[in-house]
Design a protein around this ligand. Structure first.
Ligand SMILES: [Zn+2]
Length: 59
């Protein structure tokens, strides 16, 4: 544990949620994968929006 709270990111286009705590195993992202660890060329699995167009959100 790094002590850093997990964050949640949302696609601006379709509303897809990426929760660092949950990851997205279907996309090959293990639970606990930080946003910063996801490749820069990763795109939204729902609509193809670039990673750069996601916003961090507060739940
Ligand atoms: Zn999307």
């Amino acid at each position: 544990m790094s002590g850093e709270p997990f964050k949640v990111w949302q696609c601006r286009t379709c509303g897809y949620i990426y929760d660092e705590a949950a990851g997205d195993p279907v996309e090959g992202l293990a639970p606990g994968t930080r946003w910063s660890e996801i490749p820069a060329d990763w795109i939204c699995p729902m609509c193809g929006t670039p990673k750069a167009d996601f916003d961090m959100i507060e739940l």
